[in-house]
Design a protein around this ligand. Sequence first.
Ligand code: NAI
Length: 331
Amino acid sequence: MKRITLIPGDGIGPEISNAVTKIIEAAGLKIDWDVQTAGADVAEKEGSPLPQRVIESIRQNKVALKAPVTTPIGKGFRSVNVALRKELDLYANIRPCRNIEGIKTPFDNVNLVVVRENTEDLYAGIERQIDDDTAESIKIITRNASTRIVKYAFDYAVKYGRKTVHAVTKANICKLSDGLFLECARHVAKDYPQIEYKEILVDNLCMQLVQKPSQFDVLVLPNLYGDIVSDLTAGLIGGLGVAQGANIGTECAVFEPVHGSAPDIKGQNKANPTALLICAVNMLKHIEENETAQKIENALYNVIKEGKVLTADLGGNATTTEYTSEVIKHL
Ligand code: NAI
């Protein structure tokens, strides 16, 4: 039996994790879930929101499914999500975004992938209060990290038959940091003559994305722009409830949705487990459990296409439990 780390997270995390593990079990696949808690409650009990046991579990199992973990805003401990990505060197955050049949949106031809650098930029967490009225945050961009993420984006394009890679920056303003990212992108692009290479400033990208998203294929971005743009692209296909993601490193892979812990709907049996379920499907493909992955994928997309049992974020009135049962019925 395959052993996989499961981080149920907090907020809506435990509800959607429960839905997903139930669906996988109903699809006939037994997984030995190595459940690892993290976050604020754990910090109170164990002194750290991300104890070493969580890292060790993922190192050992190589694969993890992770639900969201709340990060205190403007104060408190460093994001568990950022720390995990850094600790395991999960340098590539991949967020594919394509229309799902049955979810009505203003566009029906979205099919792009956000490749977000996951280890540096403003997420390095180097901040200081200079005086009462001034704070400073340092944006770190390195040649190594930029080169490897752009290389990942081009390799991804080759592997999945994609045609264009856009490097996204604000290099007109951040001339040195984003300038270095761009320099690396140009250098890497030369090794992939079969893929078209383009550049765009992040502000213009946002405007173009909400006007004509079909013109984009693979986007490669430094960490902060990648974070923001991938929420925007999630909005193009039906919102955070359906937006998948994966953090890939050289040793391990952690599959987690784009969305956060949604404290506004926590414990109300309202959360949409779809995003985490698509992450789980990708995780199953990653460990070559293709048959189960396909079975779940078919059931999920049929439920959404039929449109009879949907959660509130998709315009329906089903609870998380009812939606989960409907997917199981369709397996
Ligand atoms: P959020 O993604 O949790 O929620 C934004 C909006 O989308 C809310 O209205 C929420 O109800 C809705 N939403 C999100 N996921 C949904 C789902 N599965 N089904 C239905 N509706 C859903 O973003 P927010 O409020 O900015 O962040 C909340 C917390 O989550 C923060 O502490 C943040 O740091 C953390 N966070 C954690 C992430 C992770 O663990 N990877 C990623 C993003 C945020």
